[in-house]
Ligand binder design. Structure first.
Ligand code: NAG
Ligand code: NAG
Length: 304
């Protein structure tokens, strides 16, 4: 008992002083088929990545090479379809390479957040007997009035088969795209996608602690890098745009019209990029109806 308490206390102590931690290097595919598909969604079918948390950075390299590239720095020897994105992975398609060359074999590792955060209880809002098992964050919020994480995007999600408490990836069920025990969306398994009745899942969410403590998540100031006078308003995240969290993936984003503070979704404009943490917000003047131009938007990010 004493030993157990000691171990618990010291693991907690180590976690609270350590920074974020790197996963192992993943290499689940070879380029011999259509290319090298090191996607996060495929990796998540084999087990938790970052314990169900959102990866906040990624490093990629050709297997056996010391030359690392990221979303922000370095370069790959091939043309990539997905360039080492923390929330998507790395993808190289053979058809994108010149002269019938095959892609190199890539591997990727993810940086897992140690940001101060709190788990909810396991929750089970639905049964799979109807169209499927709907354990998605928006259903909790909009159908049940359970405002998960006070309306902030969750940082982590874990999902279990309620019949035996085994993790989601052991059940053989297929999940809906983007709802595969996704850190911020939760889980949806429809009979249509799974082709048979889904297991009954419960889910829990880890909410970032926002504040001034050393490991707390923090909001940046409101940022406005562009004006809509040329092609539109480019408040995008990436090498040519915002890098709000020092090359870490933001946990959340808020976007509003500068001046009126109206939320982006109430402004009624057609957006190319709809206020997502990884991509930001992009509004193109050419996409607006009736010759209207884009409004001037500002954005802020919740950094891990
Ligand atoms: C999640 O839940 C909502 C209910 O608020 C539902 O309308 C929506 O389609 C669900 N999303 C997905 C993609 O499963
Ligand atoms: C802005 O709108 C989005 C999409 O409807 C919503 O998820 C978000 O909570 C809103 N933000 C605020 C600050 O009200």
């Amino acid at each position: 008992m004493k030993t157990a308490l000691f171990v618990v206390c010291c693991i907690l102590a180590v976690e609270s002083i350590q920074g974020h931690t790197w996963s192992a290097w993943y290499d689940r595919d070879n380029p011999s088929g259509t290319g090298d598909w090191e996607t996060l969604s495929s990796q998540k079918k084999l087990g938790y990545v970052c314990g169900g948390c959102k990866p906040i950075a990624a490093e990629c390299r050709v297997k056996g090479s010391a030359s690392v590239f990221t979303r922000w720095t370095g370069s790959a020897p091939d043309t990539l379809a997905v360039r080492c994105l923390p929330t998507a992975g790395v993808v190289c398609k053979n058809t994108d390479q010149p002269g019938g060359a095959l892609c190199s074999d890539y591997e990727i590792r993810y940086l897992c957040p140690s940001t101060a955060s709190t788990w909810t209880q396991f929750k089970d809002r639905d049964n799979p007997s109807g169209t499927g098992d709907w354990e998605n964050v928006s259903a909790f919020r909009n159908r049940d009035g359970d405002n998960i994480c006070n309306g902030i995007r969750p940082m982590c999600t874990q999902c279990r088969d309620t019949s035996n408490l085994n993790a989601y990836y052991t059940t053989g069920d297929a999940f809906n795209t983007g709802y595969d025990c996704n850190w911020e969306n939760g889980l949806v398994c429809t009979t249509e996608v799974n082709t048979e009745v889904c297991k009954d899942y419960d889910v829990r969410f880890k909410c970032p602690n926002i504040g001034t403590c050393t490991s707390c998540a923090r909001w940046t100031s409101w940022k406005n890098r562009d004006y809509p006078s040329a092609t539109g308003d480019w408040e995008h995240v990436g090498a040519s745009g915002h890098n709000p969290c020092s090359s870490k993936e933001p946990i959340d984003i808020q976007c509003r019209v500068r001046g009126t503070n109206q939320n982006w979704s109430d402004a009624g404009q057609e957006l190319k990029t709809k206020c997502t943490p990884s991509e930001g917000l992009v509004c193109l003047n050419a996409d607006q109806t009736s010759g209207q131009s884009c409004l001037n938007y500002e954005v802020r990010f919740l950094c891990p």
